[in-house]
Design a protein around this ligand. Structure first.
Ligand code: PHE
Ligand code: CO
Length: 298
């Protein structure tokens, strides 16, 4: 595992593409204080505007558990000002026993997994600047909170994420992290769910992005070159598939229910990782002959 000092070194030497969080005052588990007083009126305004825009888009696009949870969060006032993690944690502890922990940004893998395995979800403390309203390259407070926190209130996703954290620690030992990272990408970040026969988003990367949320659920009107395909989830297929981080996805993997996702990922992955070592990586966006494609465009 990379030590805190080594990670700080990595961050410090990444010049203009370095992580922008401040890693100098971190605890051993990479957490920091939220320091609520640091948020300026401009940051609060960005929060309110992002939250309002994104909430208005979720009906008919996000899965029901997410929609319900967003409504409950709004009733508690979390749409109106940057949330204090302590306040959220009271509600979250009662619902699923999870807790948000403030962090400066991306974390070393082992640290991240250790948090998840203990039902702690790392949330970035800083929020994007007004000029980054539509696009930001790194996860910020808005992505982490709006995209991830609502489903932490869902019992099944709460359990899945904890199991994922434990699985991550195991994958590190087995040197299989690239495979498991793909599973996170195509479920927790960009997962789609078939709900009453309709495609709905449950992945945080989609749910926190106005462009991508419309892209995956709306008819027509968009660039035909960005014609996404929706493929039925298959665990090994997903763990073989590379991903693209700088554009909308061209293929999304669709689950039938959170129960089926949990079932598919419950077995010990050790033999799966052994097989994956002998299988070729599949390109992001590729559609294979035996993929079960659900629908194009919507
Ligand atoms: N079952 C997986 C393993 O043994 C762990 C895991 C659970 C991974 C849930 C992802 C999601 O490695
Ligand atoms: Co995320």
């Amino acid at each position: 595992m990379q030590s805190r000092q080594e990670f700080q070194q990595t961050v410090a030497t990444r010049s203009s593409h370095g992580l922008r969080g401040h890693y100098d005052n971190i605890a051993a588990d990479f957490t920091v204080a939220q320091d609520y007083g640091k948020y300026s009126p401009a940051h609060q305004d960005v929060w309110r505007r992002l939250y309002a825009r994104q909430s208005a888009l979720i009906a008919g696009r996000a899965c029901q558990a997410f929609v319900d949870s967003i409504a409950a969060l709004a009733r508690s006032g979390f749409a109106d000002a940057i949330p204090r993690f302590d306040d959220v944690n009271e509600a979250l502890a009662k619902a699923t026993g999870w807790r948000l922990v403030p962090v400066p940004g991306l974390l070393p893998d082992a640290v991240f997994f250790e948090h998840l395995a203990n039902r702690r979800f790392p949330v970035t403390v800083w929020i994007r600047e007004p000029e980054e309203f539509d696009y930001i390259a790194e996860p910020d407070l808005f992505h982490d909170f709006f995209g991830h926190v609502p489903l932490l209130f869902d019992q099944k996703i709460a359990d899945y994420l904890q199991a994922y954290g434990a699985g991550g620690l195991k994958a590190l030992h087995l040197d299989a992290l690239s495979h498991l990272a793909r599973l996170y990408w195509y479920t927790i970040e960009f997962g789609m769910l078939l709900e009453d026969g309709r495609l709905r988003a449950y992945g945080a990367g989609i749910l926190s992005s106005p462009g991508e949320l419309r892209f995956v659920t709306d008819d027509g009107g968009h660039d035909p070159q960005h014609h996404a395909r929706f493929i039925r989830f298959d665990l090994m297929r997903v763990m073989q598939t590379e991903y693209m981080i700088d554009d909308f996805q061209q293929t999304y993997f669709v689950i039938d229910s959170f129960d089926r996702l949990i079932e598919a990922t419950a077995p010990d992955f050790t033999p799966y990782y052994a097989s994956l070592r002998n299988l070729p990586a599949l390109k992001a966006g590729a559609v294979l002959d035996d993929d079960r494609v659900i629908a194009a465009g919507r």
